[in-house]
Design a protein around this ligand. Sequence first.
Ligand code: ZN
Length: 350
Amino acid sequence: MNTMTDAAALAAAAPAELAPSLTLRDELIAAGLLIDTGENGLYGRSQIFEDVVDRLNVAITHLGADQDAEVLRFPPAMRRTDFEDSEYLKSFPNLAGTIHSFCGNDMGHQRLLRALDDAMTAGDDERSDEWMAQQKPTRVVLTPAACYPIYPVMARRGPLPAGGRTIDVLSYCFRHEPSLDPGRMQMFRQREYVRLGSPDQVMAFRQMWIERGSLLIDLLQLPVEVDLANDPFFGRGGKIVADSQRAQALKFELLIPIADPRGKTACLSFNYHMDHFGAIWKIACDDSTVAHTGCVGFGMERITLALFRHHGLDVNAWPDDVRALLWGDTEARVAHGLDETKAQRAGEHV
Ligand code: ZN
């Protein structure tokens, strides 16, 4: 895909006010921060982009230093049966990514190669995918959200300890929603803290992380707005599920303007799953009640993009305090911010 042609085509097709959304993407690619693969929503990242992601990760680690979180890292794939159990396909069948592989014999291989030969005579966008008829589903699927792989793992450990558990995860995630908006990638990283425990423990955790997430965005000098949100549930029943998610205030998002001219982009989310995952995988609290779960998710690419959008493409020209936070004494600055938040809260209660 030629970026300019594609951009021009969309600008021509879209109302005039949508056209500016292309600017940031084009600028990021021109500056080499994102590398165009030719596929919407699938990018390479430059050293500078990754450096910002890494430093954000360090800041988030300091933000959660007192959480006694267990650090777990999984590859960006999970067991298909666990994925089926999660009920993700009920809500987001359109976003899921499954992994297929050739599992045939020599004859199947010949059929695959013949179909591929035929396909290769056409241009990229007109190619037949007939060769894929030889592909079969594997036992793994792409991870849809960073916290998904941990629930079955926690269940296998037996009942939670009295204080519950807090897990720190980071993973590339996949969502099939090709878009020209760089804030909507098909593969992106989520850093999460996940809480498993009683409803009170999970609710307190979420409230605390709404404050801490807002603090991080404040320290990054980005415009911050917390909003009640709902997921884009699929299908005719989707609106009802979304309305109920909203009514029960299960999801909050921290919104920052990035590249979408129609609105702000959710860069952090604060989710309360109630006993959904606890019931599916039979995760028990120490008193044998079903565990509740919740998570805070940091959209690593989205926060990074927001920094480039608001502070410019040259990281050396970012505001002094933002540079000091990311490239200076991150730990002390985060600790200071946490102290101030605590003092503020104490003041409000006087
Ligand atoms: Zn999560």
